[in-house]
Design a protein around this ligand. Structure first.
Ligand code: BGC
Length: 757
């Protein structure tokens, strides 16, 4: 272990400055003579991308073989904290086996628009789900002595102009949505490092953003790890260091050292600033040295089996008319679509994995089927129309009991550095689906895509199974799901709108003149659709099963600012399966616009036929609060809240109403146009009314002395309370002039937060 303070005393200024950037693409700087080793970092979030030869941050050059696990949306679709923690342990075991100390993941940015090219790395449009999944991932990886680097902090929600776009986001939307996921992971699981986003937030590059890095991350959330830049994501190294960015990655060819040196010589940078960065790097090295002593679980296990398990548990059954799935084993099946033999299961860019294996869907279907299985490509390898392949597919389909079409988004459409243009699948896939459905009424579509797609073709098919980018074992998982060896139970972590135009970011994406304004504010994804009553194709949280469940509230308790409930779930169908109980909160309506419902907790349970279980939830003040920009704090308004037990953001099972009365009451700001009643209701209201009365009673004016404020507790109280303060001046011959009124108002506004005993 390094004695950090001693090392800081011994390192020269130049050594320290050199240490503030990477030694090379994937290592920190070392000083062996001073007992300081370097540590190794590597992508990626869902499978290792360890490069030994030529290095790059976009997946151009080859990396060592590793297990390609399912993508971000898949992982989130499991709604399964335990499973994600296990994923973390498996990833850590692979990282350790290749001497990687810190994994550059999880990638947790919110899915603001379906078009973002990196949605396949991100989890969800909901910060509660994304935050819980991220926290589980971090705990899993770090329990094995390998570090995580949660990224990209913050508001990196598009790839267009990602290097410089300025995300203009209200403080409330930042706190409730875009920062919330980081906050949850930092508070619950303490990631060893965080990676800043390339873009700006509210005018400052994230790597130079003092508010994000110092005030919020370290100051409020207590983050005690290392802050590193995204690759080549530093613009002003001096400002970045002063703002709290410790490590620049990968390196700057000496330019940053030079600038830091000049700033130090000019007195713009202190030794404390420099030491703070180096200290955080040395502390991370110490964590790594401790971590290297841990022998990870799962070093010798079958990673393929686990990758398959996640793919199965993440699959979302969007449609299953006439229970066409699961398929009969002896059915004559036409498997159609090039993706059945060249499956799309990997991400692209820095999250690209060189897979150690690839399960081919067609082979896996054949391995389980007890009937005849035929194949036609339907479209070519590049997803272009192929007339011959299409004709063959149609002819095969017309002669089969059931058709399974593999479709979705081919590689190259969604990628790091590149957003999609629309939500459409390739024309060749859509045409194939239509033409095949014309000749066969039993069509099942298996989708591979990293982000929502337009599914307006689904009226002509019986079933749709969403696999996202399901990792290298996706082919086997699909086959097992199709034949009922596994039951789908994943739930959508993102809404599928009918049309892109419905998406709340539609009018404010990708921005203009380098600025993208998040005008939809906190109304991202289902928060918008549900509040506006906009019907979507497939809602957030939705997913079918091969079995049925009965769900009921078995116990419900509420206090003044807290609710606890127990929910009973029973598998009343005939197959093993799982259900995810989702708890939403519906806030009271008020002046501050709030989403109609917000997910606050969830639990997935796996049950055999006839089996039942109970799950408990407890919601505290946080679950009912919003971020109040006046108070600069979270605030739970008094009023009636709904607590909703649901199986999706649209399918509510039961709702209980509770009156909550918080200890802190926020009063609206008093102005000249506020009423006497509003003034009276403030904490300083009684004193203010007395002052008004006192002034009026001493006035020479008759109208002042007769002003109805003197009629106590009478029937006229309501009428009096409706009078705006400004009118008192007019109605009392200026006995309370504007100056006096302003001073009364100022006093009243001094205490706008009342804390009750
Ligand atoms: C990506 C990061 C990644 C880094 C290193 C960047 O382009 O944005 O997510 O960790 O490269 O490959």
């Amino acid at each position: 272990m390094i004695d950090v303070e001693k090392a800081l005393a011994e390192l020269t200024l130049d050594e320290k400055l050199r240490m503030l950037e990477g030694k090379d693409f994937w290592h920190t700087m070392d000083y062996p003579a001073k007992g300081i080793p370097s540590i190794e970092v590597a992508d990626g979030p869902y499978g290792l991308r360890k490069q030994k030869g030529l290095c790059d941050h976009l997946g151009w050059n080859v990396s060592e073989k590793a297990t390609a696990y399912p993508s971000g949306p898949s992982v989130a679709a499991t709604f399964d904290r335990h499973l994600v923690c296990e994923l973390g342990k498996h990833l850590a075991a692979e990282a350790r086996s290749q001497d990687v100390d810190v994994l550059l993941g999880p990638a947790v940015n919110m899915v603001r628009t379906p078009l973002c090219g990196r949605n396949f790395e991100y989890y969800s449009e909901d910060p509660c789900l994304a935050g819980e999944i991220a926290a589980s991932y971090v705990s899993g990886v770090q329990s094995q002595g390998v570090g995580t680097c949660i990224k990209h902090f913050a508001a990196n929600n598009q790839e267009v102009e990602r290097e410089f776009i300025d995300a203009e986001v209200s403080e409330r939307a930042l706190r409730e949505i875009y920062l919330k996921v980081f906050e949850t992971a930092v508070r619950k699981s303490h990631p060893w490092s965080v990676m800043t986003a390339l873009n700006k937030v509210n005018g400052d590059y994230c790597s130079e953003n003092r508010v994000l890095l110092r005030d919020v991350l370290r100051g409020e959330w207590g983050f005690d790890g290392l802050a590193m830049s995204d690759w080549s994501g530093v613009n002003n190294r001096v400002k970045a260091l002063k703002s709290g960015l410790d490590l620049e990655m990968p390196y700057s060819w000496g330019i940053s050292q030079e600038r830091l040196r000049l700033a130090y010589d000019a007195g713009e940078l202190s030794m404390e600033d420099i030491d703070a960065g180096v200290r955080n790097i040395l502390n991370l090295v110490n964590r790594v040295l401790e971590g290297r002593k841990v022998h990870p679980d799962y070093s010798d296990v079958d990673h393929n089996a686990f990758s398959c398990e996640i793919a199965e548990k993440s699959a979302v059954l969007l449609k299953n008319e006439s229970s066409i799935l699961p398929l009969k084993r002896n059915a004559r099946i036409a498997v159609i679509g090039d993706m059945a033999i060249h499956p799309r299961f990997k991400m692209e860019g820095s999250a690209l994995v060189n897979p150690s294996y690839s399960a081919i869907p067609l082979d896996e279907i054949k391995a389980i089927s007890e009937g005849e299985v035929y194949f036609a490509s339907g479209y070519d390898e590049n997803s272009e129309l192929d007339d011959e392949g299409l004709a063959e597919a149609v002819s095969l389909a017309s002669d089969s009991d059931v058709v399974v079409i593999f479709a979705g988004l081919p590689g190259g459409i969604e990628a790091e550095g590149k957003d999609r243009k629309d939500m459409m699948m390739p024309a060749s896939h859509v045409r194939l689906i239509h033409e095949v459905s014309n000749v066969n009424g039993n069509v099942v579509v298996v989708l591979s895509n990293g982000s929502p797609v337009d599914t307006s073709w689904d009226g002509s098919v019986k079933a749709v199974l969403e696999m996202f980018l399901g990792g290298q074992m996706m082919g086997r998982a699909v086959a097992r799901l199709l034949f009922g060896l596994a039951t789908p139970g994943g739930k959508l972590p993102v809404s599928f709108p009918y049309r892109l135009e419905q998406n709340p970011s539609y009018l404010n994406y990708p921005g203009h003149m380098g600025v993208v304004t998040y005008s939809e504010d906190v109304f991202i994804g289902y928060r918008y659709y549900v509040t506006k009553g906009i019907d979507v194709k497939y809602p957030f949280g939705f997913g079918l099963s091969y079995t049925d469940f009965e769900i009921s509230i078995s116990e419900f308790r509420s206090g003044s600012a807290q609710v606890s409930l127990r929910v009973r779930v029973r598998n009343v169908g005939s197959m093993n399966g799982s259900e995810t109980v989702q708890i939403y909160v519906a806030p009271p309506t008020g002046r501050i616009p709030r989403p109609r419902v917000e997910l606050r907790d969830f639990a997935r349970v796996y049950l055999c036929p006839g089996q039942e279980c109970e799950v408990s939830f407890s919601l505290d003040t946080d679950a009912f609060s919003y971020f109040d920009e006046d108070l600069k704090d979270w605030y739970m308004a008094p009023g009636e809240y709904g607590v909703i037990v649901a199986t999706s953001s649209r399918d509510f099972v039961d709702e209980r109403k509770v009156m909550l009365s918080p200890k802190r009451i926020k009063h609206d700001e008093i102005t000249g146009w506020s009423t006497i009643g509003a003034l009276r209701a403030t904490p300083a209201g009684a004193a203010a009314i007395e002052r008004i009365k006192d002034t009026l009673s001493r006035s020479l004016s008759e109208s002042a002395r007769n002003f109805p404020i003197f009629r106590k507790n009478g029937e006229t109280q309501d009428d009096v309370d409706r009078i705006p303060l400004r009118m008192i001046t007019v109605l009392t011959d200026n006995s309370i002039n504007n100056d006096i009124m302003d001073s009364i108002i100022e006093d009243a506004n001094r205490v706008n937060l009342e804390v009750l005993g």
